[in-house]
Ligand binder design. Structure first.
Ligand code: HEM
Length: 406
């Protein structure tokens, strides 16, 4: 594993460069000491029980009041296809905005236009990924100096993101923040620096939106192709929760071991962040003796690692939630073998919140609806360029209410 000296970015690296490094983290667009301080604060806030219950409250509200009504409105209509990926992206954007800033962009109201914030993020993410794939860095660097083509568009998207993030902070200030439970209000109680707060806003949106939507999209595609796994999830829910379809409590969600195993297994095959890089701040030596010079980019590949026979055995390409269960109880594989949430010093700070969100959505939708792929014979998923995995062409599905007699 990389030593801690491999911090993320050289001092003063611009946000565009951070986006270009495959997972944005504006919080850490800073030198090592400040990064450690900020990460510590974020980790203290996200570690609180109160914030987890707050996350559960928000997610439950979004599911009951927006997601389920939306799916119900198209259920049993054989001529209406729904792009589940688009729905999940809207859902996760609304949820992360409410959780992080206490503001509601209402993206899940399909009749309303998608938020300009979300559109700018998508544009910046796509352009950054395309930049990372250019044959030589000189091409994009030259375009950036001349402010041309894709670099001009990227800089416009980033300016828009920065302006909107500042607007979020202004609104939060105007509405008052002392009695609010969202993350930004908690930070505003102790920090007054505008740039720091702006970076927090951007970091949480980048970290918590597309990752969740991407996981849900692949999960539902896998479940549509593995009805036996779907049945096992439903049987576990009936056993643990009983007949009530309402989401009950965080404690009860934790008892859904098979569901958790299914989510982990789905992310093993389809990690939302397929590839991740770090830059080396000083000359260093990896544990296997490989020497790495200052400035080298070191990349690891969770997508490839999840499919390696040396790591997962001869059935590595099969979707088998059981590999995560010991006597029916979920057990965590070594995080260095499964770096879907990173590991060690840099492990995802929102992991617990993400799991609550993923389990809640999966459970609520599976228990109410039968979700059928509109193109059932697609044997593998195809991705578009972006910082987070997203399906080319979305995930068109047909929805059927489970209570409707067949
Ligand atoms: C399935 C969902 C998610 C996955 C797979 C995921 C994965 C990751 C990964 C791989 C990193 C490490 C990036 C790096 O430094 O190399 C990370 C960092 C982070 N994640 Fe998540 N994440 C998810 C959801 C969330 C959510 C919902 C939140 C917010 C509530 C969040 C907040 C963060 C933050 C703040 C960091 C920065 C930590 C740091 O760089 O030190 N994540 N995440």
């Amino acid at each position: 594993m990389l030593k801690t000296r491999f911090e993320n970015y050289p001092k003063g690296k611009p946000f565009s460069a951070i986006l270009g490094d495959l997972l944005g983290r504006g919080i850490f667009n800073v030198d090592g000491d400040l990064w450690r301080f900020q990460r510590k604060m974020a980790s203290l806030e996200l570690g609180r029980i109160s914030i987890r219950s707050y996350a559960f409250e928000i997610v439950s509200f979004e599911i009951e009041n927006r997601l389920i009504p939306l799916l119900s409105s198209v259920s049993d209509k054989e001529d209406i296809m729904l792009d589940l990926q688009d729905v999940f992206r809207r859902f996760s954007f609304d949820s992360i905005c409410k959780f992080s800033f206490g503001l509601d962009p209402e993206c899940l109201e399909l009749t309303l236009p998608m938020s300009e914030f979300a559109i700018s993020f998508d544009r910046a993410s796509k352009l950054s990924a395309e930049r990372a794939m250019t044959a030589s860095p000189w091409i994009w660097k030259m375009k950036r100096v001349l402010n041309l083509g894709s670099e001009k568009q990227l800089s416009e998207a980033i300016n828009m993101i920065n302006t909107l993030a500042q607007e979020v902070i202004r609104q939060r200030r105007k509405m008052g923040f002392s009695n609010h439970k969202d993350l930004l209000s908690r930070f505003m109680g102790t920090v007054n620096d505008e740039t720091y707060l702006r970076d927090i806003v951007i970091s949480f949106l980048l970290a918590g939106r597309d990752t969740v939507a991407s996981t849900l999209t692949s999960l539902f595609w896998l479940l549509a192709n593995h009805p036996e796994v779907e049945l096992a999830i439903l049987a576990e829910a009936d056993r643990v929760i009983g007949a009530s379809l309402e989401l009950t409590s965080l404690e009860q969600m934790r008892e859904l071991h098979y569901l958790q195993a299914t989510i982990y297994e789905s992310m093993r095959l389809y990690p939302p962040i397929q590839i991740d890089s770090k830059f080396c701040l000083e000359d260093d030596v990896l544990p296997d003796g490989t020497s790495v010079k200052r400035g080298t980019r070191v990349t690891y590949h969770p997508y490839a690692m999840g499919r390696m026979e040396q790591i997962w055995g001869p059935d590595c390409l099969q979707f088998k939630p059981e590999r995560w269960l010991k006597d029916g109880v979920f057990f965590q594989e070594n995080p260095f073998k499964y770096p879907v949430f990173q590991a060690g010093l840099r492990v995802c700070l929102g992991k617990e919140m993400a799991l609550v969100e993923l389990k809640s959505v999966a459970l609520s939708l599976l228990r109410r609806f039968h979700i059928k792929l509109a193109a059932p014979h697609q044997s593998h998923l195809r991705f578009s360029p972006g910082l987070t995995a997203s399906l080319r062409g979305g995930l068109p599905v047909l929805i059927r209410d489970r209570r409707t007699p067949s």
